[in-house]
Design a protein around this ligand. Structure first.
Ligand code: FE2
Length: 386
């Protein structure tokens, strides 16, 4: 790990001391995917990732244009939406990008004010403040575009007691696979095209009031073949973290460029889901057919005591067990973290998942980047896209 990364001031509270946060965010509300077949996608996520049936909207609830299945696990809520006819604008998104994230919804006290503050600062509107009501109260939502065709939706639900949103009904199913211990979304990463990272970073600073609290250049994130650059953006209370990646020149094609080619533009690269027992969670995910990136070489695991230094004394996981499951380990001055990455979960090599367990560490596994990217490159080579 470089000196620069070690010296980073992680105390976001300090950065914001005295400053007014014009966009207070309470947390992630939901993430909505546009997919080709929401019914089947919901079945996959329930079976493979242990999500629970939560809410539904479609023909049976009077929605004639699209169907949405909401699945949940602890604090994570995923909405899977599919159009019901060829005229829906959702089709264009799916034709262009394949299955992918359309909406990163943020839970706020005041959706109207959030929309006004951000559009005033230059955000392009996706949806003007809209009040939706049913017998359980009302929800106010408003949306703005971020990178590519991705949207941030502000959700104000303090006056709502129903299931999810007005228009949805509770989804009860006879098929309820057990959860796998996923707790909340730790961070969500966006991939943007050549020379777009700084522009996107500036957008998050100016429009959303975020701060750039961690940066990695192409010298830190490089292998023999390819490279990328990354900057981590965070909101004022540190609950929302969006790393932004851009490809960098290397001998061969950057994994970020591969994503941009297949997603046909900027978009969400991965969702990192937190667990407090990664060994149990990953064992369960593997048994249910989730595919992970192949493990780094033996030398990586031999070097763990070196990499962890004094944190070895608080580490209670068995290294051979981590190796058996291909789980990666990294440390910073505050502690260590355990992480693993799935292969892309659709046929286009685009969106994938990270499973992460933080044991004090606040970073993103910079010490693992090289091992991780070499693993991704072996997969790219198989796809003929390296
Ligand atoms: Fe990540």
């Amino acid at each position: 790990m470089s000196k620069e990364i070690k010296n980073v001031e992680y105390g976001l509270e300090k950065i914001f001391e005295g400053a007014q946060d014009f966009l207070p965010l309470l947390g992630t509300d939901y993430v909505e995917f546009y997919v080709g077949n929401a019914k089947q996608a919901a079945h996959y996520y329930k079976t493979a990732f242990g999500y629970q049936s939560y809410a539904y909207k479609g023909l049976e609830t009077g929605c004639k244009d699209y169907a949405s299945y909401v699945i949940s696990q602890d604090k994570i809520r995923i909405v899977l939406t599919t159009p019901l006819n060829s005229k829906s604008p959702i089709n264009e998104h799916i034709v262009k990008h394949g299955d992918g994230v359309k909406v990163i919804a943020l839970w706020v006290e005041d959706a109207r004010k959030s929309w006004e503050e951000t559009t005033k600062r230059g955000a392009k509107s996706f949806m003007e403040p809209t009040v939706e009501k049913d017998e359980n109260g009302e929800v106010v939502r408003a949306g703005i575009y971020t990178y590519g065709e991705t949207v941030h939706m502000f959700v104000e639900r303090k006056n709502y007691k129903g299931t999810f949103l007005p228009g949805y009904k509770e989804w009860k199913s006879d098929y309820n696979p057990a959860p796998v211990g996923l707790k909340f979304i730790d961070h969500m990463v966006g991939n943007v095209g050549w020379n777009q990272m700084n522009e996107t970073v500036k957008w998050y600073e100016d429009v959303m009031g975020f701060v750039n609290f961690l940066s990695f250049d192409d010298k830190q994130i490089t292998t023999e073949y390819s490279a990328l650059m990354s900057k981590v953006m965070s909101n004022g209370n540190g609950r929302i973290k969006f790393p932004i990646n851009e490809p960098a020149e290397g001998k061969k094609k950057s994994q970020i460029e591969e994503y941009i080619d297949f997603y046909e533009g900027a978009g969400v690269q991965h969702l990192a889901l937190a667990t407090d027992d990664i060994i149990k969670t990953v064992t369960e995910l593997r048994a249910r057919g989730v595919e992970f990136l192949p493990p780094p070489p033996q030398a990586y695991y031999d070097d763990i005591p070196n990499r962890l230094g004094s944190h070895m004394s608080i580490m209670h996981e068995d290294i051979s067990k981590l190796q058996e499951l291909s789980i990666l380990v990294d440390a910073d001055e505050d502690g260590y973290l355990l992480q693993i990455f799935t292969k892309p979960v659709e046929d286009r090599p685009t969106l994938f998942y990270e499973i992460i367990q933080r044991m004090g560490a606040k970073g993103f596994g910079a010490g693992n980047f090289k091992a991780l990217f070499e693993s991704i490159e072996r997969e790219q080579a198989k796809r003929g896209t390296l």
